[in-house]
Write a new protein. Structure first.
Length: 426
């Protein structure tokens, strides 16, 4: 039994407290205190439901030199995540029931964050033949995606949506027209021209979102069930507008934004530093403001990290050759708590919602609120500020574009169904 005394509570329903939260048998037993073997002073801290990340690259199997389940899931719980969706673009791709089961079994044995493996939409993520969605679902796949590659064949995507619909599986897409993107390594515009770097135009994202929404309309018309399209790592103003229009029209579509697109812009690449190289690329301030507005009005459903670890040697290559990706599981919430809530007044309950209920709804999971009887998958957060120190990361990717940024909102205790999986209480 754990008792957290005098702690403020925050979830999608709002803020309240301070209250005395009694935890036992994997659940919240009381908000009015009680007897416990361990008592934690929650004064000045706040308690939230555990976070769920819809989009993390944990690199296992095949690229364990970059990350593995043990390091990735430890990074997750240190970041306040109790649940993580791993991407299937591994080596080999996760496109069989056996691969899904192997990941789930290994993650369960580690006893850290709960893993919800995503499986490939197509065999080998080659975009040609559909993977066996029913068997993948039975094995524990949480969604289907060829993330890491774009779905160039609209017909295959349509069939994938039709196959996934009766199973209740979302189909997530990296919405980008590869023929428009070409070899772009940063946002296409005046800065790319000035730097002499190939640009990735915002129209590449918008054109593919527009196409995929029409594919969704087709699947919705042809399916007896309700297909679900999920747009990953949205980065452009026009993309937000298209999603907003689609939601108003009642289309079953959801979307996510990343911490890096919400806190960094293309200007970060002015120094040619590949730490800031991501796909889709960092965009303009106007795009960033559109993402923020989309989070506020519900156009965007979730924050997803797109945690993408690489070796230091890879990220120290020149900007044209270095891989895309930023590791962010351990800093995502403190970053947005500081940059959006503290500095810009973004409502804290809504911020917590896009880390908790929003991603849970994408996966078809019930909301997780701080009430008696609720599962005690929780994160205790401290407003105390400290600088980002990548050398202290649990992730193997010990580098960060936010190194040295002073942030508050750090997780100091993470519980999965009442079990302590991370603790940094002073």
């Amino acid at each position: 039994m754990i008792l957290i005394r005098n702690v403020r509570l925050v979830d999608a329903q709002g803020e309240r407290g301070p209250l005395d939260v009694l935890i036992g048998e994997g659940r919240i037993l009381s908000l009015e205190g009680g007897e416990a073997k361990r008592i934690i002073d929650g004064t000045g801290l706040f308690l939230a439901p555990g976070f769920l990340d819809l989009h993390a690259h944990l690199r296992e199997p095949g690229e364990e030199v970059k990350e593995e389940l043990a390091t990735g899931l430890l990074a997750a719980v240190r970041g306040g995540y109790t649940d993580v969706v791993s991407m299937p673009n591994t080596k080999p791709p996760v496109d069989t029931p056996e691969a899904v089961r192997a990941l789930k079994e290994k993650a369960e044995a580690l006893g850290l964050a709960r893993l919800h493996p995503a499986a490939a939409l197509t065999l080998g993520q080659e975009g040609k033949h559909l993977a066996p969605a029913g068997l993948l679902r039975e094995a524990g796949a949480a969604l289907l995606t060829d993330d890491g590659r774009t779905n160039e064949d609209a017909g295959v995507l349509a069939l994938g949506l039709l196959q996934a619909a009766p199973l209740g599986l979302p189909v997530a897409v990296h919405a980008e027209d590869a023929t428009l993107r070409r070899g772009g390594v940063m946002n296409d515009g005046k800065l790319a021209d000035l730097l002499g770097l190939p640009g990735n135009p915002p129209e590449a994202e918008a054109a593919r979102i527009a196409r995929d929404l029409e594919v969704l309309r087709y699947a919705l018309r042809r399916s007896g069930a309700r297909p679900h399209l999920h747009v990953q790592h949205l980065s452009t103003q026009r993309g937000v507008e298209l999603l907003r229009e689609a939601k108003r029209a009642g289309l079953p579509v959801t979307a996510e934004a990343t911490p890096h697109h919400l806190t960094l812009t293309e200007e970060a690449l002015a120094g040619f530093d590949p730490l800031f190289k991501v796909a889709p690329p960092l965009r303009t301030k106007e795009d960033q403001e559109a993402l923020l507005e989309g989070l506020l009005d519900g156009t965007l459903d979730a924050i997803a990290t797109d945690h993408a670890p690489h070796t230091r040697a890879e990220k120290e290559m020149d900007l044209l050759r270095a891989p895309f990706g930023i590791p962010s599981l351990e800093v995502a919430f403190p970053l947005l708590y500081t940059e959006l809530h503290l500095k810009r007044g973004f409502p804290l309950p809504r911020l917590v919602e896009v880390f908790t209920d929003g991603p849970r709804r994408v996966l078809g999971l019930e909301p997780l609120h701080l009430e008696v009887g609720a599962e005690a998958s929780l994160v205790l957060l401290s407003p105390q500020e400290r600088p980002v120190d990548p050398k202290a990361f649990a992730s193997k990717a010990r580098f960060s574009p936010w190194a040295g940024w002073v942030l508050g909102g750090w997780p100091v205790l993470t519980l999965v169904a009442g079990r302590v999986v991370h603790e940094a209480l002073e």
